[in-house]
Design a binder for this molecule. Structure first.
Ligand SMILES: *[C@@H]1O[C@H](CO)[C@@H](O)[C@H](O)[C@H]1NC(C)=O
Ligand SMILES: *[C@@H]1O[C@H](CO)[C@@H](O)[C@H](O)[C@H]1NC(C)=O
Ligand SMILES: *[C@@H]1O[C@H](CO)[C@@H](O)[C@H](O)[C@H]1NC(C)=O
Ligand SMILES: *[C@@H]1O[C@H](CO)[C@@H](O)[C@H](O)[C@H]1NC(C)=O
Ligand SMILES: *[C@@H]1O[C@H](CO)[C@@H](O)[C@H](O)[C@H]1NC(C)=O
Ligand SMILES: *[C@@H]1O[C@H](CO)[C@@H](O)[C@H](O)[C@H]1NC(C)=O
Ligand SMILES: *[C@@H]1O[C@H](CO)[C@@H](O)[C@H](O)[C@H]1NC(C)=O
Ligand SMILES: *[C@@H]1O[C@H](CO)[C@@H](O)[C@H](O)[C@H]1NC(C)=O
Ligand SMILES: *[C@@H]1O[C@H](CO)[C@@H](O)[C@H](O)[C@H]1NC(C)=O
Ligand SMILES: *[C@@H]1O[C@H](CO)[C@@H](O)[C@H](O)[C@H]1NC(C)=O
Length: 588
């Protein structure tokens, strides 16, 4: 028996090494692959290629050449904590950032290496356009430059988050939630995400020009200013962060025509969850306050959205998504034109999901599936695109020309996996597929280790699905994924959605297994960060076999007594005990 196990282990290790080498050899001239990292704000998997009725032909074309993870989750459903979490590869309890403003992890938690920093340290030219880090104190007001980036980050100037730029029926300008606009009439005749795409396109041209000196001369005959210092060269790690479909839904008006209101459907589970504890509820204040949303603005923490507005909001979210799809199409078609499509890894994700009327909820700020689930795909040239046989990789497809076509069949040439993925897995995954040192799993005392991660590389799953005649040593994959959300009070209050650290008194820990989602809301001390695991204030249990849409909390039903006991134990053991068991006996 021992001998057999030993041989099995050896064999599995060998398979893994061979496959890693093959992966490296796929890239032309043995050079390091570039990386293009796309992160879309507040983006649930609203994609044709994820089976939704949304016009996203460019992202679907990418999906058709990628592996997409269909069960990927953010660790906290709000921008800054999620971004700092996945960029450092650690969970919010290790970055000590659960809010927007309070701290910069290098000063408050530990001097953790970030994804772009690791690439920079390995000779990459790293650059960022748009919202990648959350702006402000949580990234030291520099988006972590110069640690993470080779050049200062590009931010589009005209965000106009709360300005009156949306034309109303009265002919005046308003600060609306739903805001289709004529772009030429917007300040500067543009929108922030168009600016970010233009910057990234310009940077790609410059990087390509640097690669090819002849090109360089030709390119600089034009009088376009160069954004890249030509003394530098590839490989590059370019991150592009899109603001939409974040509120307000300010998008080019033509995309609205893709979603006629009479074709819009309500969420399949639009009612309140039965027996939801009040602490789990978020009251979508950011949506509620919109001038154009006819609901109680203050102190009506439970008021529903009128059905017509339910449909209008979904229409606006999807239209803003199709707009972003077009921007991504412009960027990816440039990547191909300048000759980078076959040596650039592309990762695409959202920082967290967004509730579109499920359970009477809107926005994020909760542990519901619709708030934590994100799209996650990896394009690895010669690995994930081997079933793609079109001459072009990334043609620009205008979403406006795909009126009746929610054609997901093209996505079948891509690969899909329902293996659990968490955004903390991005750091080890990108490192491994680019051939860099993979950050090891952090020790229990995470604070004193600069280079480690609290996720695992998804490469074994990618190999297993795309490549392998034999199994790549996965004995059991990750069997749970974890998210959390803080609250100030047990009952809804005006700080419920975004409490600042000194206001946080409760932490809701959510664990997702194949069959259940289990949540405990626990007392949290915002001075010591101690969690009182002995005194749950509320518990939630959703059984996916009977209730995939999380419509009823069944934690106190006698039939689930043993399940609750078991899940309570597993939640306390936390993510380390859910890690994959692979060739080396524990985790990768
Ligand atoms: C990558 O693309 C370039 C230009 O499109 C081509 O010259 C080169 O041969 C390709 N390399 C591989 C490995 O496909
Ligand atoms: C943090 O790490 C960076 C990059 O390795 C290093 O330059 C810096 O000196 C470190 N800061 C501290 C306070 O250790
Ligand atoms: C953060 O920014 C401040 C002000 O610019 C600077 O003094 C400090 O050194 C920065 N922190 C780190 C860790 O670089
Ligand atoms: C957008 O605004 C410009 C400038 O006012 C105008 O010429 C154009 O016709 C408008 N486009 C649409 C579709 O209304
Ligand atoms: C939601 O609640 C309403 C009113 O109680 C009810 O009529 C409707 O059937 C419920 N819808 C679903 C999908 O359960
Ligand atoms: C969907 O796309 C596939 C592959 O591009 C194509 O063969 C098929 O005809 C398309 N179906 C529809 C309904 O357009
Ligand atoms: C590996 O592939 C096999 C069959 O192709 C599949 O059954 C299994 O679920 C995969 N494992 C993982 C972890 O993706
Ligand atoms: C939090 O911990 C501090 C230090 O132990 C203690 O003084 C304080 O009373 C605690 N706060 C709560 C609300 O328990
Ligand atoms: C479970 O708890 C809810 C909310 O506290 C209560 O309304 C319900 O009656 C309880 N159900 C059972 C079976 O105890
Ligand atoms: C996940 O794996 C751990 C460790 O092997 C085990 O204790 C736990 O019961 C498993 N959980 C599920 C939901 O399978």
């Amino acid at each position: 028996m021992m001998m057999f196990l030993f041989t099995l282990l050896l064999c599995l290790v060998k398979v893994k090494v061979i496959i890693s080498i093959q992966l490296q050899q796929q890239f032309n001239k043995g050079g390091k692959p570039n990386v293009l990292f796309l992160v879309i704000d507040d983006f649930r998997p609203a994609l044709g290629s994820y089976g939704e009725r949304v016009h996203t032909p460019n992202m679907d074309q990418l999906a058709a050449q990628s592996i997409r993870f269909t069960d990927a989750r953010a660790q906290q459903a709000v921008c800054a904590p999620s971004r700092i979490s996945f960029l450092t590869g650690r969970r919010p309890d290790s970055t000590l950032l659960w809010d927007f403003r309070s701290s910069y992890w290098r000063q408050s938690a530990g001097n953790y290496t970030t994804i772009p920093q690791h690439f920079k340290d390995n000779g990459y030219y790293t650059l960022s356009a748009g919202k990648v880090f959350h702006h402000g104190p949580c990234s030291n007001n520099t988006d972590d430059y110069p640690y993470s980036w080779s050049v200062p980050c590009y931010w589009p100037t005209r965000e106009h988050k709360t300005s009156k730029v949306c034309p109303g029926p009265d002919g005046k300008l308003h600060a609306y939630t739903m805001c289709p606009v004529n772009v030429t009439e917007q300040p500067g005749g543009t929108l922030p995400d168009i600016d970010s795409t233009n910057y990234a396109i310009s940077a790609l041209h410059d990087l390509a020009a640097v690669k090819d000196e002849k090109n360089l001369l030709m390119h600089h005959k034009g009088n376009k200013p160069s954004v890249i210092n030509p003394a530098l060269h590839t490989p590059f790690f370019m991150a592009v962060g899109y603001h939409k479909p974040h509120l307000p839904f300010r998008y080019p008006e033509e995309y609205k025509s893709l979603y006629p209101l009479h074709t819009m459907k309500m969420a399949p589970n639009p009612n309140y969850t039965k027996d939801l504890p009040p602490v789990a509820w978020e009251h979508w204040r950011d949506v509620r306050v919109g001038e154009d949303i006819p609901v109680q603005k203050e102190k009506d923490y439970y008021g529903p959205m009128p059905p017509k507005y339910h449909l209008l909001m979904r229409q606006a979210y999807f239209a803003a998504t199709s707009y972003i799809d077009h921007e991504i199409g412009r960027l990816l078609s440039t990547l191909e034109q300048v000759g980078f499509a076959n040596n650039t890894i592309i990762a695409l994700t959202g920082d967290h999901g967004w509730q579109l009327g499920e359970h009477q909820e809107w926005s994020k700020y909760s542990n519901y599936d619709s708030a934590t689930q994100v799209p996650l795909m990896f394009y690895i040239p010669q690995v994930t695109n081997k079933r793609w046989n079109h001459p072009h990789r990334f043609s620009l497809i205008n979403p406006l020309n795909t009126i009746t076509d929610f054609n997901t069949s093209c996505a079948t040439s891509g690969f899909a996996s329902d293996a659990f993925a968490e955004l903390v897995d991005l750091f080890p995954t990108l490192s491994e597929i680019a051939g860099l040192t993979v950050p090891p799993v952090c020790p229990i005392d995470t604070f004193h280790t600069q280079f480690c991660s609290e996720g695992v590389s998804l490469a074994p799953v990618i190999h297993n699905i795309t490549d392998t005649p034999s199994k790549v040593g996965i004995i059991r994959w990750k069997n749970a994924s974890f998210s959390q959300y803080p609250r100030p009070t047990f009952y809804p209050s005006h700080k419920t959605n975004t409490p600042q650290l000194p206001e946080i008194n409760i932490m809701g820990y959510s664990m997702h297994t194949k069959d259940y989602r289990y949540v405990e809301w626990l007392p949290f001390n915002h001075t010591t960060f101690a969690v009182n695991w002995l005194k749950p204030l509320a518990v939630e249990l959703y059984s996916y076999r009977e209730d995939p849409l999380e419509m009823q909390n069944v934690y106190n039903h006698t039939a689930y007594q043993n399940v609750v006991k078991d899940l309570a134990r597993q939640l306390r053991q936390n993510w380390r005990h859910a890690l994959p068991i692979t060739h080396n006996g524990t985790h990768p």
